[in-house]
Write a protein that binds this ligand. Structure first.
Ligand code: GDP
Ligand code: MG
Length: 178
């Protein structure tokens, strides 16, 4: 059809949520530009980037990515970004228990106020920092399973599992019937 969401070309609004410093902006930069900038700037408010991927069945998925700021003073703005989002990616840092607790707060928030059919992913970033790990993989898997979420550990620094994260989300999108 003429619309953006025919059966072969999907367009989805995706929002990243999570504590400040967990690596949300670095994940987006790695996915969209293939880069990692250790001196990247703190996100103010929110930023927008898009990236299109092709799946094996030749479907294309255009991700319209809203990367939010994690700071408390922007928390009131978050619903503007997750409302109407088809996908929410909740990110924590595997070396920070606080950030994992904050992720659980975001999951509850999405369940209360997000779209009822929102697809949620739980992402443990900074998986390259194994020696500083504070959040056991099993704890995060249990949390994800309990909340019907897809779970993956990533590293924006090494690029580990970054493309896989978005590919797995793409596979879970409902396909409009043509
Ligand atoms: P945001 O506030 O969630 O957007 O976090 P940023 O993307 O700004 O990243 C915060 C800090 O964590 C920066 O200093 C990054 O260089 C660092 N960082 C982000 N991702 C990774 C990662 O996968 N591994 C490591 N070791 N550091 C990371
Ligand atoms: Mg940021």
């Amino acid at each position: 059809g003429a619309g953006a969401n025919d059966s072969k070309n999907l367009r989805v609004k995706l929002v990243l949520l999570g504590d400040s410093g967990v690596g949300k902006s670095c994940i987006v930069l790695r996915f969209v530009r293939g880069q990692f900038d250790p001196t990247s700037k703190v996100t103010v408010g929110a930023s927008f980037l898009s990236q299109t991927i092709a799946l094996q069945d030749s479907t294309t998925v255009k991700f319209e990515i809203w990367d939010t700021a994690g700071q408390e003073r922007y928390a009131a703005l978050a619903p503007l970004y997750y409302r109407g989002a088809a996908v929410a990616v909740v990110v924590y840092d595997i070396t920070s228990t606080d950030s994992f607790n904050k992720a659980q707060y975001w999951i509850k928030e999405l369940q209360k106020h997000g779209s009822p059919d929102i697809i949620m992913a739980l992402v443990g970033n900074k998986a390259d920092l194994q020696e500083n790990r504070k959040v056991p993989t099993q704890d995060a898997m249990d949390c994800a399973e309990k909340n019907g979420m897809f779970f993956i550990e990533t590293s924006a620094k090494t690029a580990d599992n970054i493309n896989q994260l978005f590919e797995e989300i793409a596979k879970r999108l409902p396909r409009p019937s043509s």
